[in-house]
Design a binder for this molecule. Structure first.
Ligand code: AMP
Length: 416
């Protein structure tokens, strides 16, 4: 009999053995960041709704359609975080970190929430690892972050991740480009909703995947051709440093991302084994974000890697990361006295760093040996009253079936 409850629509549970892969992905993405001086940040999973409205942008799908927003019992409008950058920046500013040494380098990991139409790789509750470098507009930071994400994927053994790169310009050249693009888009045959989008968020239209829209976009002006001199120089430097670092990329002149705050360098990591939801990570520079949320001028750059989709990419490539949480030793006590002795022994094995488990419950020898086999352990320790009286236990190699007597006081050493 199962319960009548299921995980809410668009969510799923993480359970062994697959959950081990999720942990390993988080760890592999975070490890290069730690080596590069990024410190761990944790912020609440909910924030003031206005933080995301101002930060992510009211014209985005994320804010206009996908936020989990509610009034709390104190009448405040609260939103479950749909992304991490606005929160991390809010936290850094609140703590005054921008007054200390720059850049401020932070990384985070956790749950994010978007009310999206669920499909493979797109969930309402998902998990990201992200990184932000705040306070400088140095192109070396853009390159460092991209390199670190690439390292993370490499560390996982993923081979099919491609980097798409673009620059979206800044407050000087982007408005000029935006108007040119709008002028072009207004001349196309588009449905009402897309027309509305042309007026509020024209860059996003470039991202439209529908063939009837795509076909008409062939001659659209590209932001790459409209960059002002400082933006062009910045982008050239990022690319030169990526090349020096051995990172390869594809120019993606139509790449815009779903969040409004991006300026200059913008990128996405995609994997071809994932179908429609191909992006396994993405990010970029957001030099105006601090001011949009009421902070001082403070440039920044960052990314977020989707843990769920990175796991799907590993599965698509057939990469197996971790043998599912197995123990090395499984103890099988025969009788009550042996049970007390083996409980102590298992504790000592664990203290010595050996993964060990014990046959719990009152089962017979046969059931207990079956549990030992199922555990995946390499060795079973079997002991009955007669063994204990002789000061030994039987150590059985579960692959070969070979068995030998080992003195109790030598067991931990033998099995470590
Ligand atoms: P974004 O915060 O939109 O820049 O997304 C960064 C990464 O998070 C994407 O590349 C995806 O891998 C992942 N992601 C974003 N939204 C979802 C979602 N609804 N379900 C699963 N993964 C997501």
């Amino acid at each position: 009999m199962t319960t009548s409850f299921t995980a809410p629509k668009g969510t799923f549970d993480l359970l062994p053995p697959r959950s081990a892969t999720f942990l390993a992905v988080r760890e592999a993405i975070a490890a290069p960041l730690r080596l590069a001086g990024y410190g761990y940040a944790e912020t609440p999973v909910f924030e003031d709704t206005a933080l995301f409205e101002r930060g992510v942008g009211e014209s985005t799908d994320v804010v206009s359609k996908e936020m989990y927003t509610f009034l709390d019992k104190g009448g405040r409008s609260i939103t479950l975080r749909p992304e991490g950058t606005a929160s991390v920046l809010r936290a850094a500013l609140e703590a005054g970190l921008q007054k200390g040494p720059l850049p401020v380098k932070l990384w985070y990991a956790g749950s994010f929430f978007r009310y999206e139409r669920p499909q493979a790789g797109r969930y309402r509750h998902f998990s990201q690892v992200g990184a932000e470098a705040l306070g400088l507009d140095d192109p070396a930071l853009d390159a460092e972050l991209i390199w670190l994400a690439a390292q993370g994927y490499q560390r996982l053994g993923l081979r099919g991740v491609r980097l798409l790169l673009n620059s979206l310009g800044d407050a000087t050249c982007r408005p000029v480009y935006r108007e040119r693009l709008q002028h072009f888009l207004r001349g196309l045959d588009l449905d009402d909703e897309t027309r509305r989008r042309v007026e509020i968020n024209p860059l996003r239209v470039l991202d439209d995947k529908r063939p009837q829209v795509r076909d008409q976009l062939a001659g659209a002006p590209l932001v790459a051709d409209a960059l002002c001199e400082p933006c062009r120089e910045h982008y050239d430097e990022v690319r030169a440093m990526l090349a020096d670092g051995g990172v390869s990329w594809e120019e993606a002149p139509r790449l815009v991302r779903g969040l409004d705050y991006y300026t200059r360098t913008t990128f996405e990591f995609v994997h071809d084994g994932l179908g429609a939801q191909a992006a396994v990570g993405g990010g970029g520079r957001y030099d105006g974000l601090s001011e949009s949320i009421g902070g001082p001028p403070l440039p920044g750059v960052g990314w977020a890697v989707g843990v769920d989709r990175t796991v799907l990419a590993l599965e698509a490539e057939g990469v197996e990361l971790v043998p599912p949480g197995r123990v090395r030793v499984f103890a099988v006590p025969l009788g009550e006295a042996a049970r007390r002795e083996l409980v102590r022994l298992v504790a000592r094995l664990r203290e010595a760093g050996v993964a060990a488990d014990l046959a719990y419950g009152q089962r017979g020898m046969k059931g207990a040996m079956k549990a030992a086999d199922r555990s995946g352990a390499a060795h079973a320790i079997v002991a009955g009253d007669r063994d204990l009286a002789a000061g030994v236990a039987q150590v059985k190699d579960l692959r070969t079936g070979e068995q030998r007597s080992v003195p109790l006081d030598r067991l931990v050493e033998e099995l470590s």
